[in-house]
Design a protein around this ligand. Structure first.
Ligand code: ZN
Ligand code: ZN
Length: 242
């Protein structure tokens, strides 16, 4: 018998959106929530394409999305207290997310909105012209950070920002002052990394990036700016510096 290709395991981003829908439908999406289930299915398929995967008829279709949303019942004490048994096929991450957002429903809604905005706002035609995403490093940051890193690696933007920074003085890190040329001599001349300071989900679709939204950072400070799931601002990074 031919093996059916298996759909990938649900990521943290995907489960965040599923949990958000579970909460919004009171743990019981019914026929009247069909539009919401369809919308979630389409966001998840776009997310897979943005993450470099391909979509298919079975990937996160309405039915799969419904089942996954219902899986949260196995973590839901309100539901379990009624003597009902939650579905058992959930993965461990669902329980982790449930515990993480327990009592923090406003944060769940905010995080889910950010993921949705980043995915819906992403222009696939524009992205197709940019260098491909870096090799997938676990799930740190999820789709928001992956998109962010792709946007800021736009060769044209990087070139323009370096040119403007050089014209304004020198190519130094805006957080720690590191100067590649001062340390590496000729090898480091003209080098600095370019960082986008605005989170992607706050950008309206089609917004042109302004040079003022970009910062020049050394490789270390740039890594640290992306260390958490949400961007760390330059001023906060400066406070961390010892
Ligand atoms: Zn630095
Ligand atoms: Zn960056």
């Amino acid at each position: 018998m031919e093996k059916q290709p298996r759909n990938p395991v649900w990521s943290r981003d995907e489960l965040t959106l599923a949990l958000d829908l579970y909460v919004k439908t009171g743990g019981n999406p019914t026929a009247k929530d069909d539009a919401a289930l369809e919308a979630l299915s389409s966001v998840l398929n776009k997310m897979h394409r943005l993450n470099g995967g391909s979509d298919s008829d079975t990937l996160r279709n309405r039915n799969g999305v419904y089942l996954k949303v219902m899986n949260f019942r196995s973590s839901d004490s309100t539901y379990l207290e009624q003597g009902k048994v939650g579905m058992q096929r959930g993965n461990r991450l669902e329980g982790v997310l449930w515990a993480e957002y327990d009592g923090r429903l406003a944060d769940l809604a905010t995080d889910a909105d950010a993921i949705r905005q980043a995915v819906l706002g992403a222009d696939e035609a524009v992205l197709a012209k940019l260098p491909p995403a870096e090799p997938y490093e676990g799930e740190e940051g999820g789709v928001i950070m992956r998109l962010h890193k792709r946007y800021e690696r736009d060769p044209k933007l990087v070139k323009e920002k370096r040119k403007a920074a050089a014209a304004a003085g020198s190519l130094t890190c805006e957080v720690c002052g590191f100067d590649f040329e001062a340390t590496y001599g000729k090898l480091g001349a003209g080098y600095i990394e370019v960082h986008h300071t605005k989170p992607v989900h706050t950008l309206k679709p089609g917004t042109k990036t302004k040079l003022a939204d970009l910062a020049t950072l050394c490789a270390n400070c740039h890594r640290m700016a992306h260390r958490n799931r949400s961007l760390i601002s330059l001023s906060t990074l400066r406070e961390y510096l010892k």
